[in-house]
Ligand binder design. Structure first.
Ligand code: RET
Length: 240
């Protein structure tokens, strides 16, 4: 079985495991006395986001989440498949947090989640493709295409729906949306510069560390901003 290379790669995976676990425990602890139904909804979703990531990081750190893929022309690549299993569930949940915050229309939620699943599953296809570098980069381009449309929906449709909310909610939405746009945009860049694309401008150690920092900020950082805000509380105006 393949195992993470000791040093930066293995350390980043254990830091990821610890950070996601601590984040989960902190959100559980904070959420224990929350009685507001709407706020509970955000706690439940956000706790599962970090809990899923914690087990995925543990699987990667122990080598279970890692496979070797033989790619024509590139040789053997170490691929952390568990990342994609994590992202497949947690990125839709992050979008659900954002969408529920602004009481988005159901069709907007379906569209966002559909685009997100397309993005992650085609990213996984790119990571597993054996036919050669061009095929892998082709999958990257499809995934990035879905991501660009997803960004459009976040910036246009969801932002328009947020504008009808109270100022406190609209402000929180704006902050979280910007956090998502900036952080999420770095993922396709790291993937392309890293080992998955075969370009390997950055090595697997740096790549693993970069993903760990991004994942921790996009999940624990996002959760901290969201769950500490009063804007997640329901009101009598039918937000329950
Ligand atoms: C991939 C493959 C290449 C193209 C694109 C990608 C986008 C990934 C994103 C991941 C976000 C993950 C988050 C995790 C939180 O912990 C799959 C790398 C566009 C946007 C937010």
């Amino acid at each position: 079985m393949a195992t993470p290379t000791p040093g930066l790669e293995a350390t980043a995976l254990w830091v990821g495991t610890a950070g996601m676990t601590l984040g989960t425990l902190y959100f559980l602890w904070r959420g224990r006395g929350v009685s507001d139904r709407k706020a509970q909804e955000f706690y439940i979703i956000t706790i599962f986001i970090t809990a899923i990531a914690a087990v995925s990081y543990f699987a990667m750190a122990t080598g279970y989440g890692l496979i070797e893929v033989n790619v024509a022309g590139l040789g053997t690549l170490d691929i952390y498949w568990a990342r994609y299993a994590d992202w497949l569930f947690t990125t839709p949940l992050l979008l659900l947090d954002l969408a529920l915050l602004v009481n988005a229309k159901r069709n907007t939620i379906y569209t966002l989640i559909g685009l997100d699943v397309l993005m992650i599953s085609t990213g996984l296809a790119g990571a597993l493709a054996t036919e050669g570098q061009l095929f892998r980069i082709f999958w990257w381009a499809i995934s990035t295409g879905a991501f660009v449309v997803l960004l459009y929906y976040l910036l246009r449709t969801l932002t328009r729906e947020a504008a009808t909310r109270d100022p406190e909610t609209a402000k929180l939405f704006g902050q979280l949306r910007n956090l998502v746009i900036v952080l999420w945009s770095l993922y396709p860049v790291v993937w392309l510069l890293g080992t998955e694309s075969g370009l390997a401008i950055i090595g697997l150690g740096v790549e693993t560390a970069a993903f760990a920092v991004l994942d921790l900020t996009a999940k624990v950082g996002f959760g901290l901003v969201l769950l500490r805000s009063r804007a997640i509380l329901g009101t009598d105006e039918g937000r329950e």
